[in-house]
Design a protein around this ligand. Sequence first.
Ligand SMILES: *Cc1c(COP(=O)(O)O)cnc(C)c1O
Length: 481
Amino acid sequence: MASESAPHMTSEEFRRHGHAVVDWVADYLDRVADLPVLAQVKPGEIRARLPAGPPEIGEPFEAVLRDLDDVVVPGLTHWQSPDFFAYFPANVSGPSILGELVSAGLGVQGMLWSTSPAMTEIETHVLDWVVDLLGLPAGFSSAGAGGGVLQDSASSAVLCALLAARERATGGAATHAGVDRALTVYTSSQAHSSVEKAVRIAGLGSDRLRLVDVDAAFALRPDDLARRMADDRAAGATPCLVVATVGTTSSTAIDPVRAAGEICRREGAWLHVDAAYAGSAAVCPELRWIHDGLELADSYAFNPHKWLLTNFDCCCFYVTDRAALVRALSILPEYLRNTATESGSVIDYRDWQVPLGRRFRALKLWFVIRHYGAEGLRRHIRSHVAAARELAAAVAADPGFELAAPALLGLVCLRHRGGDDVNQAVLDRVNASGRLHLTHTRLDGKLTLRVAVGGARTERHHVLRAWEQIRDTARTLAGGG
Ligand SMILES: *Cc1c(COP(=O)(O)O)cnc(C)c1O
């Protein structure tokens, strides 16, 4: 007679397969430098290798593991390759991977303090550590009226900032009665697309978003911001939110946060600062100038999953007035009522985010900070900033090339002087080579190659080798080769 219960993996089997999986991941990270960085498959090629339907009878785990090598790895772009310079990096590290594993093993839900007190308290505490680690304004610490929360992404953070800003701007009328008051939102023309997405999701609509002009360094122009806000107010609108970017996605431009903050104070608008990539740099005191004026911000977000050795997803989101955020997002149904919540003495993080359920994300960040220490994290950032500066100097010294934007942190924006066609051909050739992966942007209307130095395993020699390949490819192409 067949057993009634599900065929669970026994703890002995879990141990054995678990050790094999850890070995597999360690081996993968050891050999990732030798794999072609950019996936070289055609659409549908990976699906074609999979059976049409799910198995009726469970398979041995060895067969599952084998398919990682046979099916999965050939279809990957290797984000952990030291020769990955595309987009922004997505750092992982040993302690972070192990934190993810433990989080999966515990399987706790931290929607309320009472559903797993340690999860909430460790998260609050680690986010207060990060205030110290980055030298952030004290207003973001949970000791006062503010505090931090882990979101999945900077996109979620800007949406939550908008909802809190709207709540404050309308005294709750937008949250509860759908009152609109013609709210307007401001960000620079270089800001991340997540700002417009948030404006859409919140129901304001894209035409309530004002794209403010930028200066020659691609940073927001405060005079244009002030002018647009005044015009909108004169037309009967209510300026609600300004999103300043510290480290834009295209070129790591740094918006003048202080000037934007002063304007927001005058106008009564909420200032959110999006430092998704660049924020991690502030572990180094000499780079904290990027946050000048941050004490004027109402909220702030950065992604340790980009440059601080922590697995995706991990976005630190801070507010100075947690009450506004909670007022915008808290709904307490009967089935979640509990004495800890009613006492008012605990944080229920479900009220700080869009979903109800939440996983134990703080573990990986806690493991990372404890493993590396502040000193280890500073070394990580400094080695990349130094390599990026060396690359920028080499580009500036090469008569065939130009820097397309100041190289302030780990990103170098460069282009060959031969024009868009040459640069497109360089991009296509180096990506097809499998030896490195770059992406592009457009600055001043010109196609620009982005070299984002920041992979967990990327060292100076990888950066110099990438430059040689870019330079030699361009010389060949520009020379008609
Ligand atoms: C990467 C990036 C984002 C989006 O990050 P997610 O966490 O993937 O939503 C937002 N803003 C900036 C400036 C970025 O570089």
